[in-house]
Design a protein around this ligand. Sequence first.
Ligand SMILES: [Zn+2]
Ligand SMILES: [Zn+2]
Length: 89
Amino acid sequence: MIPKDRWGVHETHCCIIDGCKYGDKDCPVVLGLIRQKYFCESCRDDYYYISYGSQEYFDMEDKVWLKIDKKIKKVKNETRIKKLNRILK
Ligand SMILES: [Zn+2]
Ligand SMILES: [Zn+2]
């Protein structure tokens, strides 16, 4: 497990959808332990045509964050199920 005082770099650079920027398997963002601060370049890639700061841009941001929050929920569920399975074995 990555020590908590090193979580900050992950929080600002990693993405639960696109993965850890440092290739860490224990990335707290990827594991759903913390919510990333920003969405990454790849998340933005689908919306490359939208210019920064426009109303469309803010709508796009909402959409991306919704996607990220959904994924966080899914990962947390999976983690819970994995833990349960371990207990039941
Ligand atoms: Zn990471
Ligand atoms: Zn991303």
